[in-house]
Design a protein. Structure first.
Length: 389
């Protein structure tokens, strides 16, 4: 059967992980069932692009999110690339099928202060030492939980202070270990070996001396993080995100982080850079909201609260869009002329190393404020353009 041949190919030649292989099998078989039921097509090499599009629409109607649909489409692309490789067809029906847009969700991570609050207790028994080692290995190396469960004693190079990690598609990578981590491993191994006489060479074992399951590792991490962070997700993968984010915050190079995480594509690692930038923007915005004050001065009359609130809202909205602004001053004046357009609004924006100013006169102060802000927007855009150059 064609699907079985494809699965054999991604297992043996592409060296996909067992989880990925199972997901691809499920996705292709689900697609095959749809083609049979909706179009009476049993030969997947006869599928047309329009039929693939109808399948994607059907998935959307079932309530699947774009991320899940894109993953299924990725499995189909790989399947049809295999068909082309085997000369089973001349053109892939996936041609012209674009990935659906996905919201850019920032990766979740635990702050350093919260990591330092994690308590492993004062016990010196096997379980306590094991739980601490499990957590520290995930956080200090950024490895995946499957990689953690696959560690062997022989993967630890004590003298070289290096750990060999067996990653996706059977690709190994080396990550450095601190002397403190090596000592922690040795203390754990002594307790483990004394407790379990008969065992294989797996580094980490459960309380019965057997291989740990993914659910077992998840529960341990969830329990340790439960009392220290408000994050909804308290999983081993959050510790992987935390490892990368903290390294980047300390000034580590993205390429170095890519190698430590075992990412094939640097673009995958760049999500952490985006995350850090967004954090900085958030911190900056909070700082501006705390520090920046809109100073309003009315000359020869008293501005009421409604007018002051209007001005503050308008000016703060403008300043929030431009991080260069650190302060704003507004002056309101009444012109002595008999014309109805006697309301003057002067706005001065204080920037780093520069000031911008606009003054407008209208029938109402609200209108004068609006036109002054429009003028300042243009000045700010020009200022930003000069800064970039």
């Amino acid at each position: 059967m064609l699907v079985d041949q494809f699965i054999g190919y991604i297992q043996a030649e592409k060296r996909f992980s067992a989880l990925t292989v199972e997901a691809y099998r499920r996705d292709v078989c689900q697609f095959a069932e749809y083609m049979k039921e909706e179009y009476d097509v049993e030969d997947l090499t006869q599928v047309k692009t329009t039929q693939v599009k109808s399948y994607i629409v059907a998935l959307k109607e079932k309530g699947l999110v774009n991320r899940s649909i894109n993953r299924k489409a990725s499995a189909l692309r790989t399947f049809y690339k295999y068909c082309l490789r085997e000369n089973l067809m001349e053109k892939s029906p996936m041609t012209g099928i674009k990935a659906l847009k996905q919201p850019k969700a920032l990766v979740k991570f635990v702050t350093e202060s919260d990591i330092n609050k994690v308590s492993f207790g004062e016990g010196d028994d096997f379980a306590s030492r094991r739980d601490q080692l499990l957590f520290e290995l995930l956080y200090q190396t950024g490895m995946r939980q499957a990689e953690l469960r696959g560690l062997r004693d022989s993967d630890v190079d004590r003298s070289g202070l290096v750990l060999k990690i067996h990653g996706k598609r059977n690709k190994d990578r080396l990550v450095p270990l601190s002397r403190q981590m090596v000592k922690m491993i040795e203390q754990y191994q002594a307790l483990r070996d004394a407790m379990f006489a008969e065992k294989d060479d797996r580094l980490l074992l459960n309380d019965k001396g057997k291989e740990m399951t993914p659910h077992y590792v998840y529960n341990k991490v969830h329990h340790l993080l439960e009392g220290v962070t408000t994050l909804k997700q308290k999983s081993p993968h959050v510790l992987r995100h935390t490892f990368a984010t903290h390294l980047l915050d300390e000034g580590a190079n993205l390429v170095a982080i890519q190698k430590l995480l075992g990412h094939e594509d640097l673009a995958t690692t760049q999500i952490y850079a985006h995350n850090t930038i967004e954090q900085l923007k958030k911190i900056h915005k909070q700082a501006k909201e705390f520090i920046m004050k809109v100073m309003i001065n009315s000359v020869h009359f008293k501005a009421d609260q409604k007018l002051e609130d209007f001005i503050t809202q308008k000016v703060e909205k403008l300043c929030a869009k431009y991080s260069e602004v650190i302060n704003a001053e507004v002056s309101l004046k009444l012109d002595n002329t008999d014309t109805p357009e006697n309301k003057i609004a002067d706005i001065r924006l204080v920037l780093r190393g520069d000031d911008l100013f606009a003054s407008k006169q209208s029938k109402t102060f609200e209108e004068s404020i609006d036109t002054s802000i429009d003028a300042l927007k243009k000045q700010l855009e020009k200022y930003k353009g000069r800064s970039v150059k």
